[in-house]
Design a protein around this ligand. Structure first.
Ligand SMILES: *Cc1c(COP(=O)(O)O)cnc(C)c1O
Length: 367
């Protein structure tokens, strides 16, 4: 059969292995499997969100509110912006797709970091947009600027904190960079982990209100999949000026957010105690990973998100490490698909992290 030729270039996104697969392949009890692979929040959703989901189950026969009035109102209050500056996506992934769609035209290019979220390139390929990458391992805004001048891309992706490496730009540097970008280039600030960054270091936090007041060509992306623990419901949002939101709405399918996601997201936003507890857990547990790495002479990348990346160099093969852990019921993320001999581990609960340290130590001892 003949398909769109652009598909030939696309490699499927490698997702963190689901728990169900480990149950099937290794016959391990679901309850003893630990998933530290997809940067989910191990505490599970806010009780307020769970209650709201239970209540709205009785309306599943109805299409959801396509205007998402209540959730947009809650988000607009949360960020002190107008509801007209919001778009919702089935995960912020879907908004990346919308952005790529509206900015794809002959010769359009997307500029991004050498090692960054894989979905940018996948969507670029879907729409025939050429991908340009900077050459440093981490986001380097001087390089971004020189590539911008050279290639005149239609879009620039800044992932801050960056998945999968964990580095984070300073807010001031991002704003200074934006000052130099022309208004026809759409700059996507992917803030999937911004809540963590802001909690760890207030120089890193990017305020979407300030961003869109200053710049007409920027969109900020947020998600409920990470700190709000709603990955299974698929909901994220974009914040930008009306002109951008209106364009994105033209390619947004109707009812792209399901009714359970709408209510759960709204309630999650109100639960400040839950948010604080989730952030606190990562702040407390992250240093244990750094100490573990140091004591085993493993290079690690300081992280401003809820995961940490260990660079294994010639110590061990990352796929072997992942396989060993998987057989013991621990799922982490192999970064081979990013051309790195490295592993990315999501910060889990105290007991999950202890189990990871125990099993990984055992692996290291037998080297
Ligand atoms: C997880 C993640 C997203 C979005 O995830 P959704 O579940 O689609 O909202 C976006 N960007 C980065 C960098 C991520 O890590």
């Amino acid at each position: 059969m003949t398909f769109n030729r652009l598909l030939d270039e696309i490699h499927n996104y490698e997702v963190g292995k689901p728990i169900e697969l480990v149950v099937r392949e290794f016959g391990i009890e679901p309850s003893s499997i630990i998933k530290l692979a997809s940067n989910e929040n191990p505490l599970g959703p806010s009780q307020l969100a769970l209650n709201a989901v239970k209540e709205s189950i009785s309306n599943l026969n109805l299409y959801p509110d396509d205007s998402a009035y209540d959730l947009k109102l809650a988000l607009s209050q949360h960020y002190q912006i107008s509801a007209n500056n919001l778009i919702l996506g089935s995960g912020s992934d879907q908004i990346i797709e919308f952005c790529m769609h509206v900015k794809s035209y002959p010769n359009s290019k997307a500029l991004m970091a050498k090692t960054t979220f894989a979905m940018y390139e996948i969507y670029a390929k879907t729409f025939g947009v050429e991908t340009i990458r900077t050459s440093s391992d981490f986001h380097n805004l001087d390089e971004f600027y020189s590539e911008y001048q050279r290639h005149k891309p239609s879009m620039i992706f800044l992932c801050t904190p960056n998945n999968p490496l964990g580095e984070c730009l300073n807010k001031e540097d991002v704003f200074r960079f934006l000052d130099r970008i022309d208004s026809d280039t759409l700059v996507v600030i992917d803030g999937a982990y911004q809540e963590y960054a802001l909690y760890f270091d207030d120089k890193k936090g990017i305020n979407p209100k300030e961003l869109i007041e200053k710049y007409s060509n920027v969109i900020y992306l947020g998600t409920f999949s990470k700190v709000y623990a709603l990955a299974g419901l698929r909901i994220g949002y974009g914040i930008a000026r009306d002109e951008i939101i209106n364009a994105l709405n033209k390619v947004r399918p109707p009812f792209n957010i399901n009714s359970l996601a709408l209510v759960a997201a709204k309630e999650s936003l109100q639960d400040k105690i839950y948010l604080d507890k989730s952030l606190q857990l990562v702040k407390e547990q992250m240093p244990l990973y750094c100490e573990f790495a140091k004591s085993h002479n493993i290079k690690y990348l300081p992280s401003f998100a809820n995961f940490i990346t260990f660079i294994l160099d010639d110590m061990a093969d990352s796929s072997k490490v992942c396989k060993y852990l998987l057989e013991q019921g621990i799922i982490i993320r192999d970064l081979k698909s990013y051309n790195l001999n490295a592993i990315r581990i999501t910060i889990g609960t105290k007991s999950q992290n202890e189990r990871f340290f125990e099993v990984f130590s055992r692996f290291l001892e037998q080297l």
